[in-house]
Design a protein around this ligand. Structure first.
Ligand code: S3P
Length: 429
C-alpha cells in the first residue's frame, strides 16, 4: 500500500448539500459530491419533490432549490435503496410539508428501526403508517401546521437530530434538539452556512442544546465536499497492517465528531500523521501519511463511539492483526446499522481465522501479533448487504495467507464506488 490516493467525498456532507441546496432560493454548486448510490437516492428524491439537480460536465453538481416550504407532492414512492441517512433525514423534511409520501428500501433498510424518527416527527404533527415494528415500507403524511418541538435525543444519533432540525426548517418558531452525547455536527454547520439562525449552547449537565429558528430563507452556497474519513478508514488500516506500506491519503475530513478512529489507531501504535491541515467548506481537513506499524491491543473508551460509529468494522480488522487483546463496548447502535455489525464482524473475522468473542455490546479480539490471518480462502463471508462489512473484510484479505472471499461486493457502490479500483491501483489482487 504505497503511493498517494484521494478518497471520494463525504457521504454525510453530500446528502446534506443536496437537501439544503434543494431548499435554498437559487443555485447551489457542489464540488466533490460523493456519487454513491445512497447520495443518488437523496438526489432522486429531492428531484421527485421539485428540485432541479444536475451533474455538470466538470463533475460539479448544480442544485436549483424550491425554497423552504416549497417541496411538492412526488408522483410515486421514493426508493431509498440501502440508505438510512436518506430515509431519516427526508422524513424530517416531509414532516413539515402537507405531502403524503411512501418510502421504500432494500432488504437491509427494511429491517432498520424508524421509530426513532417517527416519535419526534409525530410530535411535530406528521402521521405514519408503517410495516410492523415501525419499519419500511412506510407512508408519512406531513402537516401544513407543524409544531416546533423541544426534543431530547434518547439515542446518540445524528440522523435523528438532523431529522428534527430539518422538520424545524419549515416550522414557525424555534425547534430545539438536546443532545446529551455529541454526534456529527454537519447539519448544524451547513444550516448556518446556508444562513439559518441556529445556536448551540451547553446546558447544566453538559448536553448540547441546538435551537433553530424556523422558516428562514436559505441562501444558495458553493460547497466543496471534503474526503470522507469513513472511506479513508479502510485505506488507513490497510496501510497500517500491510508490511512495508507508506501511503498518503489526500484531503481527508477530520471533523472532531468524525475522526476518533485515527486517534484510537494512534493509541494502538499506528503511525498516522496529519499533514497540511486546512479548512475546506467549513470543515477541518488534512492529508494523512500512514506507515505500516506494529499495533497493540487496547480497551477502547466507549465515549468515543459516536465519533467513529461507522469505523468499528475496520477497527476490528486492525485489532485482529495487533499484539494482544482489544476490548470494545458500548456498541449497541452497531446492531441496527446496515447489518448487525457486531455479529456480522464476529462471524466474518472468525471465518478469516481471527480470535474473536462477541459480547452483548461489543467484540473482544485477541490479535495475531502481526502474523497474517489464515484468510477464508474460497469460502464466502456473508456481508448482509452491508458495504462496510465487505470493505473491512477486503482489507483483512490483504493481511491474510489465503485471501478473503465475500459473498457480495455490490453494496460497496452505496458509499465508495471506486473502492475496488483504488485497491487494485495500489497493487492488491
Ligand atoms: C449519519 C449518522 C450515523 C451514521 C451514518 C450517517 C449521518 O447514523 O452511522 O452512516 O449522516 O447523519 P446514526 O445517526 O444512526 O448514528
Amino acid at each position: 500500500m504505497t503511493g498517494r490516493i484521494r478518497v471520494p467525498g463525504d457521504k454525510s456532507i453530500s446528502h446534506r448539500s443536496i437537501m439544503l441546496g434543494a431548499l435554498a432560493v437559487g443555485e447551489t454548486r457542489v464540488s466533490g459530491l460523493l456519487e454513491g448510490e445512497d447520495v443518488l437516492a437523496t438526489a432522486a428524491a429531492m428531484r421527485a419533490m421539485g428540485a432541479t439537480i444536475e451533474r455538470q460536465a466538470d463533475g460539479d453538481w448544480v442544485v436549483a432549490g424550491v425554497g423552504v416550504g416549497g417541496l411538492m407532492q412526488p408522483a410515486g414512492a421514493l426508493d431509498m435503496g440501502n440508505s438510512g441517512t436518506s430515509t431519516r433525514l427526508l422524513l424530517g423534511l416531509v414532516a413539515s410539508h402537507a405531502l403524503t409520501v411512501c418510502f421504500t428500501g432494500d432488504a437491509s433498510l427494511s429491517k432498520r428501526p424508524m421509530g426513532r424518527v417517527i416519535t419526534p416527527l409525530s410530535q411535530v404533527g406528521a402521521q405514519f403508517t408503517t410495516y410492523p415494528g415501525g419499519r419500511l415500507p412506510l407512508i408519512i403524511t406531513g402537516t401544513a401546521t407543524p409544531v416546533p418541538i423541544r426534543y431530547r435525543l434518547p439515542v446518540a444519533s445524528a440522523q435523528v437530530k438532523s431529522a428534527v432540525l430539518l422538520a424545524g426548517l419549515n416550522t414557525p418558531g424555534v425547534t430545539t434538539v438536546i443532545e446529551p452525547v455529541p454526534t456529527r455536527d454537519h447539519s448544524e454547520r451547513m444550516l448556518r452556512g446556508f444562513g439559518a439562525a441556529l445556536s448551540v449552547d451547553m446546558d447544566d449537565n453538559g448536553a448540547r442544546v441546538i435551537s433553530l429558528s424556523g422558516q428562514p430563507e436559505l441562501r444558495p452556497q458553493t460547497i466543496v465536499v471534503p474526503g470522507d474519513p469513513s472511506s479513508a478508514a479502510f485505506f488507513v488500516v490497510a496501510a497500517l497492517i500491510v508490511p512495508g506500506s507508506d501511503l498518503v491519503l489526500e484531503n481527508v475530513g477530520l471533523n472532531p465528531t468524525r475522526a476518533a478512529l485515527f486517534d484510537v489507531l494512534r493509541q494502538m501504535g499506528g503511525q498516522i500523521d496529519a499533514i497540511n491541515p486546512r479548512e475546506v467548506g467549513g470543515e477541518p481537513v488534512a492529508d494523512l501519511h500512514v506507515r505500516a506499524s506494529e499495533l497493540h491491543g487496547i480497551t477502547v473508551d466507549p465515549a468515543v463511539v459516536p465519533a467513529m460509529v461507522d469505523e468499528f468494522p475496520v477497527l476490528f480488522v486492525a485489532a485482529a492483526l495487533a499484539h494482544g487483546r482489544t476490548v470494545t463496548s458500548g456498541l449497541d447502535e452497531l446492531r441496527v446499522k446496515e447489518s448487525d455489525r457486531i455479529s456480522a464482524m464476529h462471524a466474518a473475522l472468525t471465518m478469516a481465522g481471527a480470535t474473536v468473542t462477541e459480547t452483548a455490546d461489543g467484540l473482544i479480539i485477541d490479535g495475531s501479533g502481526g502474523k497474517a490471518l489464515a484468510g477464508s480462502g474460497e469460502a464466502a463471508i456473508t456481508t448482509h448487504l452491508d458495504h462496510r462489512i465487505a470493505m473491512a473484510m477486503a482489507v483483512a484479505g490483504l493481511a491474510s495467507e489465503r485471501g478473503v472471499t465475500v459473498d457480495d461486493t455490490r453494496p460497496i457502490a452505496t458509499s465508495f464506488p471506486l473502492f475496488e479500483r483504488l485497491l487494485a491501483d495500489l497493487g492488491a489482487a
